[in-house]
Design a protein around this ligand. Structure first.
Ligand SMILES: [Zn+2]
Length: 276
């Protein structure tokens, strides 16, 4: 018994060694091909969201791609092609590059001030317009983060799988808020986030949000950007700041922190739109 236990122990040690250093263990000639090594288990999932479809989001998308990341772009279908906004062609290019295109109402309506049928026009018609252009539209963001029970119900009826707010997670304005949304999310119709990134937001605040989530055992951290440009308004982030954050974020992968699109986090198929 004792010998057998010792043998088992050495076998276990050998297996552990082989797993730890796959390069050292030459496979037997007839062994099945090895699966590629799995990356570290993801515990913190960061979703980089860009709201309102500003034309400068093309810059952001390229920066993300250079870091092997993909973002979620919440656009207003009614303003696409307007001056300073993304065009349909640019939107198609974003989707082709692997980014997610999500809905954000037709023209950035404050949903909690609308009647249910007005909400329905804002949310369903927006999703319909994006889907007509061939986009896979599964997640939504409430403009201004303004949501009520009717808006949640309408987002669900319009065929979305989840909807993001702009509040509820820890940031410089709420140190007692939880550091991360749960995975799976506690309420997929009210996905929490730290408040929007502003031109006054230092990169260290963004880093801290991710570090706080890691420290709290992981979860979902959506980060809300708008314009990516220098000195172009309160809701802007300079390309330099975004670059610094992305470079830092990429290195957190070794800590199990990854970047995903909201669609990848929420999963689920593309649900149909209701009848017009
Ligand atoms: Zn917005």
């Amino acid at each position: 018994m004792k010998t057998s236990a010792r043998l088992k122990a050495s076998l276990a040690a050998l297996t552990a060694l082989a797993l730890a250093w796959p390069a050292l263990s030459a496979p037997a000639a007839n062994a099945a091909p090895k699966k590629p090594a799995k990356p570290a288990r993801a515990t913190t999932v960061v979703v980089l969201t860009f709201d309102d479809g500003d034309a400068s989001n093309v810059t952001a998308a390229r920066m993300l791609q250079r870091h092997g990341m993909r973002g979620t772009f919440y656009v207003n279908s009614g303003t696409i092609g307007d001056e300073g906004k993304l065009t349909w062609r640019q939107l198609a290019a974003l989707a082709k590059a692997g980014h997610e295109i999500g809905g954000h109402t037709v023209d950035h309506a404050r949903l909690d001030e609308l009647l249910p049928d007005e909400q329905r026009a804002q949310i369903c018609d927006d999703r319909r317009a994006l889907m007509k252009r061939g986009h896979r539209v599964t997640t939504f963001a409430y403009p201004f983060g303004a949501v009520d029970a009717d808006a949640e119900r309408t987002a669900r009826q319009c065929g979305y799988n989840a909807a993001r707010t702009t509040y509820g997670l820890r940031h410089w304005g709420c140190r007692t808020c939880p550091a991360a949304e749960t995975l799976p999310p506690a309420d997929r119709w009210e996905l929490r986030a730290p408040s929007s990134v502003l031109d006054s937001t230092p990169v260290r605040h963004l880093k801290q949000q991710v570090l706080d989530a890691e420290k709290a055992g992981g979860g979902l951290v959506p980060i809300i950007f708008h314009l990516i440009c220098d000195g172009c308004g309160q809701y802007s982030t300079t390309p330099e700041r975004l670059q610094e954050f992305l470079g830092w974020l990429e290195k957190r992968r070794s800590r199990g922190t990854v970047v995903r699109t909201m669609d990848q986090v929420v999963r689920g198929k593309v649900r149909p739109l209701p009848e017009e």
